[in-house]
Design a protein around this ligand. Structure first.
Ligand SMILES: [Zn+2]
Length: 221
């Protein structure tokens, strides 16, 4: 006599396959770097993956440039907020070294005016999945950007320091002692230093820093 259970389970299989096929037609996995079709669940296609420059240590996952820079550009300036989850997943392995050693994840915040224009705060979209995987809260309002500073990109090094110093203030830190501070890109580190200073002013004792991509400067300019 045949058993009923496997048959009953198999009955759902074609429907499941059909649904999966349909979803892959509607939303095929696109490479975060070049937007070509990617393999299954990977963030980048094979040809972009070989171009990525992993940075060992230094509080950054990749050197800024190539496919990771393209992905970050889309994420920040093309309204592609859904890339946040994919890009955060690339930071997970690095963040896990602080498992049990941080009490909260705090993103480097945008000024509210810029957030309103963009519609979202990219560092917050990275911080949330990282906090979830570390089992700690994401304090999206842990810091506040009190000055809407001009973009850092074109400023010389000394200017950047002056431009960003005092741009952040502690806000809703809930008395956390150890924080993982998260941002998308590090250029000179001036922004992270200013944000760390604000965390310490708010009573945080230890600040770890992690960015998705860091520009590697050949000389201080
Ligand atoms: Zn690609």
């Amino acid at each position: 006599m045949t058993q009923a259970t496997p048959i009953a389970v198999d009955r759902y299989r074609p429907m499941h396959d059909l649904l999966e096929g349909f979803l892959s037609l509607v939303a095929p996995t696109r490479c975060a770097g070049c937007e070509d079709l990617a393999d299954g669940a990977s963030a980048f296609c094979a040809s972009c993956t070989v171009l990525l420059e992993p940075l060992a240590g230094h509080g950054a996952v990749f050197e800024y440039g190539g496919p990771i820079a393209d992905a970050i550009q889309r994420f920040k300036y093309d309204g592609r907020s859904e890339l946040g989850a994919v890009l955060a997943s690339l930071m997970l392995e690095h963040a896990e070294r602080w498992a049990g050693e941080v009490d909260a994840v705090v993103p480097v915040p945008l000024h509210w005016r810029r957030r309103r224009t963009r519609g979202y705060d990219q560092a917050a979209l990275l911080a949330r999945p990282l906090a979830r995987s570390l089992g700690v809260p994401a304090l999206l309002r842990g810091l506040r950007r009190v000055r809407n500073t001009p973009s850092q990109v074109d400023l010389p090094h000394a200017e950047r320091q002056r431009n960003i110093a005092g741009a952040f203030a502690p806000w809703r830190l809930s008395r956390v002692r150890r924080v993982l501070l998260v941002d998308d890109v590090r250029t000179t580190g001036a922004t992270l230093r200013a944000a760390s200073a604000a965390l310490k002013a708010g009573g945080v004792a230890e600040v770890q820093r992690l960015v998705l991509a860091a520009r590697v400067l050949t000389e201080a300019t």
